[in-house]
Every structure is written in structure tokens, then in C-alpha cells.
Design a protein around this ligand. Structure first.
Ligand code: PMP
Length: 359
């Protein structure tokens, strides 16, 4: 029996996917090799890699104008690679600050460019996002960077910002593939895999090809997106097993109705959990209802002295990793694609029972 694991990442993977990987572990399709043991340049692995990329392109409807890269170094490396690659002779960049991950991206960008923070949710403790009319965007910025979903604070944009002709760059680490997305609105999308895509070790980058090839002087070859775009993400050895497993997740998504269907299920999962929190005086989520995350739902108990007991009893009931981020305390339920709706139902039932006993 598998537990319902609410970890923010690495997070749950679909059981079907793990079972398929188990099935193929020793001998991938009669080759006598595990995927882990294959040369990344051999025909077997090449077919796995190519199919995964095609499935991702199908799911997100990604046109040939974009390169799809399967990189290492995590989303955190993109915080540096983005300015190195996308400044293209300009010196200023716009960043939206809506939480802890925005802040990390901003701190890194400051090493390379003059950063204009066009809107800043620090003063409201990252519980809401100012209307776009109140942002201070700079039309000569090299790009606008934002974090569609803040994994720690649980603050999520309801719409893609309209930034005119300025290239839009987004850290989709904790929300890519959770619902349909119009990729054509973006210059660059990136996402660490370990939340809603696959195992850790892989970072997806989807980037408009026409923006490549103008890196800052001194950019390491491995930090140049063009290196990876020109070499099918095989300039060096990629994270072969994570790439393969992500490919299995893409197939699982396709079999299960694609991103439309995922979006429906995810909207329902999030909405019932928020309803349960809002319907009780014992639980609280501080985020402006217009900007509540579908994927990461932080909440507190009316009496934080009960936190430990809540976590222990939840774990005893097969509901794992509900402890909030160390910066915020309280609880956080991450409910990515692989969290079954039944897992959310079980959490809600447990919360009601806990409140009945201790509230
Ligand atoms: N951005 C966001 C939105 C994240 O949630 C995370 C990971 N929690 C990161 C960036 C950093 O990702 P990585 O650990 O892959 O560098």
C-alpha cells in the first residue's frame, strides 16, 4: 500500500509509472540492459529520449520555433543561465517578486544585470499580487522574469502577464503540466522535474530558438543554451534515467486525457481542500483567493502547539510530508498531478477528524 505523500518535491510519481519502471528495470524491452546502463548515444536510448521530447511537445503543443532542453543543474542553475543567455547586449531586466523563489532568481540576476523589480509582494508577506496596472515594467528590459507558482508561499498567478514585446521568462518548476498552457506567450519556460514531471536530476527548458547564440562573454560552454540546443541535450551525458522516467510520466499524462483532464482534476482537488480550510475556524490559509496555488497549499492550525501531533497522526494515517516549509512553519500540502483525488479526500477527512478531537 503506498502512502499519500504531500511532499513539495521530490514528490509523488504516478504508481503506474513506477511499476512500469520496475517492470523494465532489469531488461528494457528485450535489450538485456537497464535504461541506467545504456549509452546515451546508442539507438535504444536515443529512441527513449526522442519519444519523450515528442510526447512533451504534443502535451504542450510546442512549435518548432522552440528548443526543448533536458538539462542538469536544477531550476537554480537557470537563475544564472537566463541572464547569461538572454541579456543579448542589454543591461536591464524586469523581475516580479512574488515569493522565495522569485527572490532567489532576482539575487542571482543582480550579478549580471541591473534588476528592476516591477512589482513586489514583500510588504503583503507574499499573500497577494498587485494588479498589472500598478507594475513598473520597463519596455527596454531584456526580458521579464516571473514565478507563476511560488512553491513555498502557495501564491500563483491566475493569468499570464501581458508584457508586450518584451520576452517573457517563467519559472514553472511547481506547476508545469498541471493544466494546458499557451507556450507561444513565452520566450523561455523552465522547470525542475522533481515536482510535477519526474525524478530529481533533470530540468526542462523550453526556449525560443531565435534568442539563442548571444551569451555574455565568458559564459561557460555548459551554461550556453545553444550548446544543448545544437546537441539534442547530449553535448555531455544527460540525466538519462530521469529523462526516461519523465518520458513515462508524459505517456501517463497522454493516456489519461492530457493536460485538459489534468487541469479539471487539479482544479477540483485544490478547490475542495481550500473549501475545507475556509469552512473551518481551526485551519487557515492566508493567500488572496484570487491567487491561490493549485499545487502547493500552505495552512496553519489555530493552535500551533498541536502541529507536531497533527503531523504524527497524519503520518499514522498514511498522509506524509505535510510539514510546512521551514521559513513559514505550519503545514503545506503539495498536490501535484500524481496525487490522486482520493489522497486529497483522505486529507480533508483527516483534518475534520483532527479538528473534532482537538479543535
Ligand atoms: N523554483 C521553484 C519555483 C522551486 O519550487 C524550486 C524548488 N523547490 C526551485 C526553483 C529550485 O529548484 P532546484 O532545486 O531544481 O534547483
Amino acid at each position: 500500500m503506498r502512502a499519500f505523500n504531500f511532499s513539495a518535491g521530490p514528490a509523488m510519481l504516478p504508481t503506474e509509472v513506477i511499476m512500469q519502471a520496475q517492470d523494465e528495470m532489469l531488461d528494457w524491452r528485450g535489450t538485456g540492459m537497464s535504461v541506467m546502463e545504456m549509452s546515451h548515444r546508442g539507438p535504444e536510448y536515443t529512441s527513449i529520449a526522442t519519444e519523450a521530447e515528442q510526447d512533451l511537445r504534443d502535451l504542450l503543443n510546442i512549435s518548432d520555433d522552440y528548443a526543448v532542453l533536458f538539462l542538469q543543474g536544477g531550476a537554480s542553475s537557470q537563475f544564472s543561465m537566463i541572464p547569461m543567455n538572454l541579456l543579448r547586449g542589454k543591461s536591464t531586466v524586469d523581475y516580479l517578486n512574488t515569493g522565495a523563489w522569485s527572490q532567489k532568481a532576482i539575487a542571482e540576476a543582480k550579478r549580471y544585470a541591473q534588476v528592476n523589480v516591477a512589482t513586489d509582494s514583500t510588504a503583503n508577506r507574499f499573500t497577494t499580487i498587485a494588479d498589472q496596472a500598478d507594475w513598473q515594467l520597463n519596455s527596454s528590459a531584456a526580458y521579464v522574469h516571473y514565478t507563476p507558482n511560488e512553491t513555498i508561499h502557495g501564491l500563483e498567478f491566475a493569468e499570464i502577464p501581458d508584457v508586450g514585446d518584451v520576452p517573457l521568462v517563467a519559472d514553472f518548476s511547481s506547476t508545469l503540466l498541471s493544466r494546458p498552457l499557451d507556450v507561444s506567450r513565452f520566450a523561455l519556460i523552465y522547470a525542475g522535474a522533481q515536482k510535477n514531471i519526474g525524478p530529481a536530476g533533470l530540468c526542462l527548458v523550453i526556449v525560443r530558438k531565435d534568442l539563442l547564440g548571444q551569451t555574455l562573454p565568458g559564459t561557460p560552454v555548459m551554461f550556453d543554451y545553444k550548446t544543448h540546443a545544437d546537441n539534442g541535450s547530449m553535448y555531455n551525458t544527460p540525466a538519462t534515467y530521469s529523462w526516461y522516467l519523465s518520458g513515462l510520466v508524459f505517456k501517463w499524462l497522454k493516456r489519461n486525457g492530457g493536460l485538459e483532464k489534468m487541469g479539471e482534476i487539479n482544479a477540483r482537488k485544490a478547490s475542495k481542500l481550500y473549501q475545507a480550510i475556509d469552512g473551518s475556524d481551526f485551519y487557515n490559509n492566508p493567500i488572496d483567493p484570487r491567487y491561490r496555488s493549485w499545487m502547493n497549499i500552505p495552512f496553519t492550525l489555530a493552535n500551533s502547539a498541536l502541529d507536531k501531533q497533527f503531523l504524527q497522526m497524519a503520518a499514522d494515517n498514511g498522509l506524509l510530508t505535510l510539514k510546512g516549509h521551514r521559513d513559514l512553519g505550519g503545514m503545506r500540502a503539495s498536490i501535484y498531478n500524481a496525487m490522486p483525488e482520493q489522497g486529497v479526500d483522505s486529507l480533508i477527512a483527516f483534518m475534520a477528524e483532527f479538528e473534532r478531537q482537538y479543535g
